[in-house]
Design a protein around this ligand. Sequence first.
Ligand code: GLA
Length: 729
Amino acid sequence: MGIKVNEKERFFSITTRNTEYQFKADKFGVLKHLWYGEKTDRDMEYLLDYPDVGFSGQIYETGDDRTDSIDTMPLEYPCGGIGDFRIPAIKVTHADGSTALDLRYKGYCVKNGKYNIPGLPAVYAEEAKAQTLEITLCDTSSDTEVILRYGVLEELDIITRSAEIRNNSNSPIFLKEAASLSLDIPFGDWEWIHFQGRHTKERVPERAPLIHGIQESSSSRGMSSHHQNPSFILCSPDCTEQTGKCYGAFFVYSGSFQIQIELDQLNQTRAVMGLNSKLFGWKLNSGESFHTPEAVMTYSAGGFSKLSHNFHKVIRENICRGKYQLAERPVLLNNWEATYFGFDAEKIIKIAEDAAALGVDMLVLDDGWFGKRDSDTSGLGDWFVNEKKLPGGLGSLVEKVKALGMKFGLWFEPEMVSEDSELYRAHPDWAIKIPNRKPTRGRYQLVLDMSRKDVRDYLYDSIAAILKSADISYIKWDANRSICDWYSGELSAENQCELPHRYMLGLYELLERLTAYFPDVMIEGCSGGGGRFDAGMLYYCPQIWCSDDTDAFERAKIQYGTSFIYPISAVGSHVSVVPNHQTGCITPFETRAVTTMAGSFGYELDLGALSDEEKNAVPEQIKRFKKYAPLIHNGKYYRLSDPTTGNIALWEYASEDMSEVLIHGMVFRTEPNMKRIAIKAVLSPDSQYKIEGDLGIYTGAALMNGGILLPKTWGDYCPIEIHLIKQGV
Ligand code: GLA
């Protein structure tokens, strides 16, 4: 198995199928990072260089030796307040107000299986398929202990990280920072990729060389956010989809986070990922422990494709859970863009009838079915049916939908409350707001204090009552604003800084309760589209509505960025009408369909209002999606072009053995007298392939190096579908 320990040398090596990670405790017990990269078959300590760098401090025991500085050495979990002036992984304030921590090696332990983290989502694995390495560190002059946990999924080239901080002293300490991952890379030039954006334009990859000092991507919005995703890649400047070296990490957390990358005075790189220190503090009483959320790392010497494949597999197989984790998802029709708030039972049933006739599996009733909710200014929190719109309640509507042969799904926004609601009038103190200050509104709404048990109980009871009142197969779990004005009536002044993290613990507890009690109900995550698209939510929801932007051209770019970290099965995607409601742009119906197939596949329009030609296409699209769904969701995904530059968006799904390949996408603009485009696919070079609709037989090598000639295109956003089958299988 992957973890090897040399007890005498206090040397630790973690090997996975293609990678190796090493560190050791030096003679003073300082944990020095030695290596993360390809397998090397030897101890990499020889790479430690000991320059005498002015103004770089030494721990006391080094005596006359000015070369062994914690300010210049690669470290495994750097401490704040002592002589490493780079980004710390941990910072505490002791009872006497001092802020130094000097963690030294105390012991280790290797366990079979993957550790869990109390109250937090984390990678899970069968006992035989994972191992855990625990390293215990202790402060030199306080009884603060830190246990670093490494989870090893050898076959998947995945190493997970989490830390437990224990206060074994008699007085409280205050945690100021507690990172989940710190990674020092002492050699090499690295470029940083992060995924930035905004509402309806999420996860745009941005790649830049590192500059000296600290660069950061983070969220302080109480949600992982549309604006920065909790993930990063560090890659060699020559890194491409298929070649070059890259490190990647994502955070299994849905709240505020912080990723800092520092290029230091010696051109060494340090990456630190964890809770956002600007919104974090934790009072750790005597005898208490704090567990950081999990960070998941991989390394690829084969470019971004390999990195993405490792992440896709671990998220799909070891983070997502429940009945729908690997199962085919129902093709759904969501009424939001079809009706917005303007619906009644009759309208919904008509939409359902049209959808059923064209082969849709599930009708999802979006916002507006509850309380006094005719616009987004009121009603949130009142999770009981609006009988004016739906006379007879949900029961009779659901039965009618089921009689059409479809399942039924329902929208909730549990964490939010409108001031104009019965809930708010009864419990104004349940909303997060600071006494004697006017609260900030977002989409006219406030946020419930999820750290409170009474709030969670209310939400559990009201959601459970609805789920029990009718045969509901699906929940869309929305959250439509960022969180600020942090204050909880339940916490003392010195504990208020804990609220952002307590909020997330509360949310996860509620999701855990609901998924445990209603295992057959699938939850789709959402936050104004993809504002909480992260691995923490994917532990509870196997798919997340990827973006409120359903324009095929824009979606292709959003899904491109999303695919670096997250699997295709996690992407909620719907065909909508044109002109598109977010952009006013027009794309062909088939282009919208192939773009939507890169996800869960569904529709968000009134199918009855389509042209006859489009109506005829719908059953065929659904049939085609279902035929390809196993390949799309279980296969390997390759990005064949960068749609944020250039004229094409093309991507590929390949079966594990490369015997079946599907290429989808679009050519944005057709030029007059245009030469056909040759697209280089990823195939098995020595195999022979047949392209559906083409009489020739081609070697993989030809189509990989010479490319596949795309069909002649016409018009804007011309759709592409190419299906290849390996011959002689
Ligand atoms: C958010 C979601 C949309 C829709 C609306 C309803 O914006 O992303 O899909 O559910 O809320 O208010």
